[in-house]
Design a protein around this ligand. Structure first.
Ligand code: BGC
Length: 770
């Protein structure tokens, strides 16, 4: 039984983690178990009993050989013990990838071991250190199509942020973590948390909106619970990779104070919740230096100030140097070994990179392996729990959908009053759209809509899930006549709308990594279609499937608007439940919807001098003088609109319900920095309200906007009142002083504002900080 450690005993089986040893060390019984390199093994109770006895002695024997496998040691101590055993080559092998599956130009000798994933890093087999087997997993595990597998698509991250619900975020992460492991992966590349500073950013759906506290809390909880499934967690793309245009070289220019109080703060909050094993540095430059060789953001902030003990992994092909990147704090190059392979070894041998730096990189990777539990509990391939995934994806989407407008209570649909419904556009007869790029989750059965074909998809295809809202609605309303018109011929759609009691227009906007949206308008003829249908039927409802904010030139003409985001594997069912009122909407916007691009800090995204969007060019071409100036500083999203006195179409934090709430009796306890207030459900239905707390800094701070400082979700029966307490998160009250690199809490009178959205805070009080 050498090499086997008994870790758990159930009725009939014993579960054993096995670290493969060289054959000479194998003992009697090993052959029974030796069927998988880093797997669990099951065997009957008789052997189990023997196992306990022998296991105990082998544990002792093994711990003598491999003391880092012994009990009672912290991840840091274990990593330290392993590091001492490593040769230089073993250390260096930890510091780079070995190619990427399914990408022709990124193949290396060991790529086939990547399990069809984005990356593979060799472990140290002789010491029981498993390889990293890495997959993208933004809203579900990537590449199941090409790998012949199945993954649940959770709703988009921006959708999930609209729930303002840390528990839901945790469930989101758990599903993804479980499915990664079932597919044989032990590291995720999820955890996108770039602030929605530029809402046309093609990856906005992968991120959690515009506020550091909300985004940090939501993504932090996703990653905390994902890593708790025993996969190495990750936050990305660190940092200020807030647009895709020219992402491989764009220089994001911003003051230290502004970045600290916005984008960095979001990362820091998420990091403090999730304690992830890894952080991915981004493609762009920050104030002149590439993010993956930026010693300020990596070394000074992330590692020194925040005490991050995990490793920094480069975005794929985001490494640009050997010595400079290593010194700046990059620990692992991906997916190749261009700079951290032979060149790094050479630099070490020539004394240009100190060994201590290599030790630090390797130690961090070992630490992440122990921290995440992948050493003690390696993944074992299994069948994904499809039903459970669908059930959770639906439940979460029900909390993500935001009701933006509902005149004359046109929603929910009351079947006794509505005999005929026209469903128009958006391919609602077939399915719902999803977000593209490396985040893409493949739908079962392949892309539900031609011309993109069924089967393997290109990473920037528009991919539709076979989740038809038309079918879901018909199932919910069996006695209502529901007809469909594609919307391609506007006249025919208008005719159908005119002869119906209710018209629901489905509109979509597709986005993907590697490109930004040219504008926030709905593409194609959708605005026109909506206007025409609304003119024909005063009961017109628009359902949006979008990755970010959209403009709505027709807003005054329609009766209702429902934002469903990219709704995931069971989005159609969630949506139908909301439309018929089985579920009362609770979601609130995590991103501002502006009236027009003119109101954004940058009305247009300046193109780089050389057109460089799109795969194949975006990483290889370098345009040194292309910069984006983030002059709005920390005034991201709602802060910008408030400071600039611009009224958005829909404000951050806004969302309606089928019931109504009033807020009263605010009191602020300055000593404990808590606020108390009462919310009453003044309508006829039970509902869950997200009550939001903002604060304005004292006048001396000269800041002309509020900051979100806390919130509470509370469920209220009709007529019920509840008094709630919200603790103000001090981190978001502080200001960063560039002169001494310190945070401080300005003394003075802070105005506390409480209400239903950032532009509707009926209660105000005062918080005194001495
Ligand atoms: C993306 C990352 C992704 C990586 C691996 C890059 O293009 O920016 O988010 O994790 O590819 O697929």
């Amino acid at each position: 039984m050498n090499g086997a450690i008994v870790i758990a005993l159930s009725d009939e089986r014993i579960q054993t983690a096995f670290w493969e040893r060289p054959p000479a060390q194998h003992g009697i019984g090993d052959d029974i178990m030796l069927n998988h390199k880093y797997g669990y093994y099951f065997f009957p109770s008789l052997i189990a009993a023997i196992g306990i006895i022998l296991g105990t002695s082998s544990l002792v024997a093994q711990n003598a050989d491999w003391p880092w496998m012994g009990p009672g040691l912290s991840p840091a101590e274990r990593a330290e013990l392993v590091l001492r055993q490593l040769t230089l080559d073993e250390k260096l092998a930890l510091l780079h990838g070995n190619g990427m599956a399914h990408v022709a130009q990124w193949q290396m000798p060991l790529t086939s071991l990547a399990n069809g994933g984005a990356g593979y890093v060799e472990g140290v087999k002789r010491l029981g250190i498993p390889p990293l087997i890495i997959s993208d997993a933004a809203y579900g595990v990537r590449d199941s199509g090409a790998n012949g597998r199945y993954s649940t698509a959770m709703p988009s991250v921006l959708g999930e942020a609209s729930s303002w619900d840390a528990q839901s975020a945790c469930e989101y992460g758990k599903v993804i973590g479980r499915e990664l492991r079932a597919q044989g992966f032990n590291m995720t590349l999820g955890g996108g948390i770039n602030l929605a500073r530029e809402p046309r950013n093609g990856r906005t759906f992968e991120y959690a909106g515009e506020d550091p506290l909300l985004a940090g809390t939501m993504v932090g909880n996703v990653m905390k619970c994902e890593q708790a499934q025993h996969v190495v967690g990750d936050l990305k793309h660190y940092t200020l990779n807030d647009q895709e245009t020219g992402r491989g070289f764009v220089n994001s220019i911003i003051s230290k104070r502004a970045m600290q109080e916005s984008d960095l703060l979001a990362f820091h909050i998420a990091l403090s919740i999730a304690n992830p094993g890894a952080v991915m540095c981004s493609y762009n430059r920050i104030n002149g230096e590439f993010s993956c060789e930026n010693s300020y953001t990596l070394q000074d902030v992330l590692k020194r100030d925040w005490g991050f003990k995990g490793f920094v992994v480069s975005d794929w092909a985001g490494t640009h140097s050997t010595e400079k990147a290593s010194a700046a704090g990059l620990d692992q190059e991906q997916p190749l070994a261009d700079y951290f392979g032979p060149k790094l070894k050479e630099a070490v041998e020539a004394g240009r990179v100190p060994l201590s730096e290599i030790d630090d990189h390797a130690l961090r990777i070992l630490y992440a392996e122990f921290l995440s539990g992948i050493v003690d509990d390696p993944p074992q391939k299994s069948v994904i729990d499809v039903e459970k995934g669908l059930e959770i994806a639906q439940r979460l989407e029900e909390k993500n959908i935001v009701l933006l407008k509902n005149d004359r209570e046109v929603l929910p649909i009351v079947p006794s009053r509505i005999q005929r419904i026209a469903i128009i556009g958006g391919h609602a007869d077939v399915g719902m759209i999803s977000g593209g790029g490396s985040a893409q989750v493949d739908p079962p059965g392949g892309n539900a809509i031609m011309p993109f074909g069924k089967g393997a998809t290109h990473w920037q295809d528009q991919v539709w899930f076979p989740t038809s809202p038309l079918k879901a609605l018909r199932a919910k309303l069996p006695h209502t006549k529901i007809d469909f018109d594609t919307g391609a011929d506007v006249k025919s759609a208008v005719n159908l709308a005119r002869s119906s009691d209710l018209a629901i227009v489905f509109a979509y906007q597709w986005e993907s990594e590697g490109m930004d949206l040219p504008s926030l308008s709905l593409p194609g003829n959708q605005d026109f279609l909506i206007e025409q249908v609304a003119a024909a039927n005063s009961h017109t409802i628009v359902v949006l499937e979008t990755g970010t904010a959209v403009t709505m030139p027709w807003i005054d003409k329609v009766a209702a608007v429902v934002e469903a985001w990219y709704a995931g594997s069971a989005g159609h069912k969630a949506l139908a439940n909301i439309l018929v009122g089985e579920i009362n909407p609770t979601g609130k916007l995590a991103i501002t919807f502006p009236n027009s691009e003119k109101d954004l800090p940058r009305p247009v995204i300046q193109a780089p001098p050389t057109q460089s969007q799109g795969e194949g060019t975006h990483l290889s071409i370098q345009v040194p003088n292309y910069a984006v100036h983030y002059d709005e500083g920390s005034k991201v999203g709602y802060k910008w609109y408030e400071a600039e006195h611009k009224h958005p179409l829909f404000a951050f934090g806004f969302g309606l319900s089928y019931t109504t709430y009033t807020y009263f009796s605010l009191s602020v306890d300055s000593a404990t920095k808590t606020v108390h207030f009462t919310v009453k459900n003044t309508g006829k239905r039970a509902g869950t309200e997200i009550a939001e707390v903002y604060a304005k800094l004292p006048k001396s701070a000269n800041e002309s906007f509020k900051r979100l400082v806390g919130w509470k979700r509370l469920t209220l029966a009709p007529g019920e009142s509840q008094t709630v307490t919200v603790a103000i998160d001090e981190r978001v009250l502080r200001t960063f002083n560039e002169a001494n690199d310190r945070w401080s809490l300005a003394p003075g009178d802070y105005e506390v504002c409480v209400g239903a959205s950032s532009d509707n805070t009926p209660l105000s009080g005062s918080l005194l900080i001495r």
